[in-house]
Design a binder for this molecule. Structure first.
Ligand code: MOS
Length: 739
């Protein structure tokens, strides 16, 4: 019998062999007796307005076509966004509902045929004319003036502490700068995809979605369906990053097709679809005002955020989050304004708020350090908060300073020259940058059920998802260690709405929440097993704490009982227990975050302005690390993404047509292997008991926060050029470089 996989061990992904051998079935791959018909999305070519005429005759009689769905013949639905008092993930996501166009690329028809080629060909035969809305708005910018009801994650749009104006006006050193970040794509490897089937009673939907419970509700609301008659399955997901938190257009379209034809219908967004028909991260304008004493003590922190909001889709990103909590200050002002525009949906994208908020804020903090003639690392260390500046609450744990110090030591920060643009090697200017990393740590209600069978296996069920993060693996470790069973005797069953409701994947809360629920179920199972053992051995006096579960056995006092024998003797084929977790007082009364410090070395070419990142280093504090291998992978991904949005990523907008022009992975620039340096990752492993009983904290979105600013700050240090309009491309550097 192999050893149990304990928590904290770098266990290989348990789903790895399935994935590399093609046996992990993703949404679009589910096989039926008869192959599903295939849907092709016809996209609107105006940003806003109405469909004037729609002629589908030629398409309908084209080879292989089973149906052409439009607002004329699609099933009745609840109007988009209803009921208004529900959150965005459960409101109606009606498609092909009326003649109204919400954005360029909005689906106006679904052509369903036997093959993709036939559907695509027929789509080209559809004739559509539009009545464009002359007042379509496709950009937001700093004139955004609508106050969102709340920010993502439930934060208040406006927060004031102390007298900001007075503190800022009286400060000896002030900075007032505006940073801009562009629209960005989540660009998950697996495109958004769904297969829906309808047997006349139940609707079964295979889709790539991070939150299963809300997906069922959203489909029920959209299609006016009994939620008990909808089953959603999402066992494997090829990356989501927030763009798959909710049900997306292809899933609703596949359902409409299945209801219409009573046949399984597959709709896969092609890469160009994804850029308009899946959510993206909205652009931002961030005005940052900082005031400090001459010796570098922050006295005033101001952050004003201006972002677009897709008309009718309530989502506001909390870009002010890092400004509210990272540093101590006498006064704080943080506001968020949005502008409704006729563009594709902007929604959560990995570390909403903290990711692009830290890009701007940690750059501005860097500027302020130079204004105060301070080393950027020393300036940060001198302004560590002793309580959360936004609420006055104590921190559950706080070791940002230790991360900064340890990182500086490992990176060799002391060899850096304070003066920017002062160090070169041939034609390469060399720079070092640093940024603080902070990300809110959440716990979300979650349930699970487990079954211990007489054959010595344990199965756990939850409607949790694994978006590539390693959920199957860490849950295996938790069950294996707690029950003393080898990893290969543990079956983790996820991604089915028939399983107990879980937190789902998002907001870096997945591992802590679903893991704590599983831990609870396992502990309940241990109690149940011990009750049976006690009854069988007629001994009631041995305390439960003395029992050890090891190698499929219970070792208790002078007795060693095998779990299989114990179950056989009891006459039970299996035992079942439930587990659950709810955030408690520790989440109400403490400010909870994960932390880190990130360092970058870049070279900037004096002749071309080209930036090459030479080194990235991060020290992270995310409580107890459940699996250093999967944790490291998350941090690597976030650091790559940070470099990416600092230097490359931008959805290029043609504001006349409301369309992103670079709608593919050739033109939407992402770093490739050749662009990435070696990445050095360290953990400061301190279990945080206030986070949850596992002591872990969120890690999935941690390193994307601050990573971009560390790179941008290194570019400034190398070249003496501060680019405030992201991404920092060579043209923006070149014009300011000395001869
Ligand atoms: Mo996340 S952006 O909540 O998947």
């Amino acid at each position: 019998m192999s050893n149990p996989a304990s928590i904290g061990q770098p266990l290989d992904r348990v789903d790895g062999p399935l994935k590399v051998s093609g046996r992990a079935t993703y949404a679009a791959e589910h096989a039926f007796d008869q192959p599903p018909l295939v849907g092709w999305i016809v996209e609107a070519t105006i940003p806003a307005g109405r469909i004037k005429q729609l002629d589908t005759g030629a398409a309908e009689s084209s080879t292989g076509v089973a149906a052409v769905l439009t607002h004329h013949n699609a099933a009745a639905q609840t109007p988009f966004g209803d009921p208004g008092d529900e959150g965005r993930f459960t409101q109606s996501r009606a498609m092909l509902f009326d003649d109204h166009i919400r954005y360029h690329g909005f689906p106006v028809a679904l052509v369903i045929a036997d093959t993709l080629a036939n559907a695509r060909h027929a789509a080209g035969l559809i004739k559509i004319s539009y009545e464009p809305d002359k007042d379509a708005v496709t950009t937001a910018g700093q004139e955004a003036d609508e106050v969102p009801e709340e920010l993502d994650g439930g934060m208040e749009p406006d927060l004031f502490q102390g007298d900001f104006e007075q503190a800022y006006n009286n400060a000896e050193v002030t900075l007032d700068v505006t940073y801009t970040t562009p629209n960005q794509a989540a660009a998950a490897m697996e495109p958004h995809a769904a297969i829906a089937s309808f047997d006349g009673d139940e609707l079964t939907v295979y889709m790539s979605v991070q939150l299963i419970g809300p997906a069922v509700k959203a489909l029920a609301n959209t299609l006016r369906f009994d939620p008990d008659k909808i089953r959603v399955l999402s066992p494997y997901i090829g990356g989501g990053f927030g763009s798959k938190l909710g049900v997306h257009n292809e899933a609703v379209l596949a359902c409409l097709g299945a209801l219409h034809l009573k046949r399984p219908i597959k709709v896969v967004q092609h890469r160009r679809n994804v850029f308009h028909n899946a959510p993206h991260r909205g652009s931002s304008v961030q005005r940052i005002q900082l005031g400090a004493s001459r010796d570098g003590k922050l006295q005033a922190i101001g952050h004003e955020s201006f972002m677009p909001m897709a008309r009718g889709y309530e989502f506001a990103e909390p870009t002010g989050a890092p400004a509210r909590t990272t540093y101590r200050t006498d006064a704080l002002k943080s506001t968020h304004r949005v502008k409704s525009i006729d563009m594709p949906v902007a929604d959560s994208c990995r570390a909403p708020g903290h990711a692009i908020g830290s890009l701007a804020f940690e750059s501005a903090i860097d500027e302020m350090a130079y204004q105060c003639d301070q080393d950027p690392l020393a300036f940060r260390l001198a302004n560590m908060p002793d309580k959360d500046p936004s609420t006055g609450q104590p921190f559950a744990s706080h070791d940002l300073a230790e991360c900064l110090r340890e990182g500086a030591e490992k990176f060799g920060w002391q060899s850096r020259e304070q003066q920017p643009g002062n160090r070169f090697q041939g034609r390469q200017l060399i720079g070092y940058g640093v940024a603080s990393t902070i990300r809110v740590n959440m716990l979300v209600p979650s349930k699970t059920r487990i079954r211990l069978s007489a054959d010595g296996t344990l199965t756990a069920w939850a409607d949790m998802t694994d978006i590539g993060t390693g959920t199957y693996t860490i849950l295996t470790q938790i069950a294996s260690e707690t029950m003393g069973l080898p990893a290969d005797r543990i079956n983790i069953e996820l991604g089915d709405s028939r399983y107990p409701p879980s937190c789902g994947s998002g907001g870096s809360f997945g591992a802590a929440s679903s893991g704590s629920a599983l831990l609870d179920a396992c502990e309940n199972m241990r109690t149940k097993v011990l009750d049976i053992a006690r009854a069988q051995s007629n001994k009631g006096d041995e305390p439960a704490e003395n029992a050890r579960f090891e190698n499929g056995q219970v070792i208790w006092g002078d007795k060693t009982l095998s779990l299989t024998e114990l179950l056989n003797k009891s006459g039970e084929a299996y035992l079942e227990t439930d587990g659950e977790v709810e955030p408690g007082d520790d989440h109400d009364n403490y400010s909870q975050h994960s932390y880190g410090a990130q360092f970058a070395e870049v070279h900037v070419d004096r002749d071309t302005g080209e930036v090459r990142v030479q080194r990235l280093l991060g020290v992270f504090s995310a409580g107890r690390i459940l699996n250093p291998k999967t944790a490291r992978s998350q941090l690597l991904g976030g650091m790559v993404w940070g470099q990416s949005y600092a230097l490359l990523e931008e959805l290029m907008l043609d504001d006349r047509y409301g369309t992103f022009m670079n709608r593919d992975l050739a033109e939407y620039h992402l770093p490739v292997n050749r662009d990435m340096p070696a990445i050095d990752i360290h953990f400061r492993e301190e279990p945080d008991p206030r986070s949850n009983r596992l002591g872990s904290k969120g890690i999935g979105e941690l390193s994307i926060c601050g990573a971009g600013a560390a790179v941008a700050n290194a570019v400034y240090h190398a070249a003496g050029v501060r680019v405030r309009d992201f991404p920092v491309t060579l043209d923006k550097i070149l014009e300011h470089l000395p001869e």
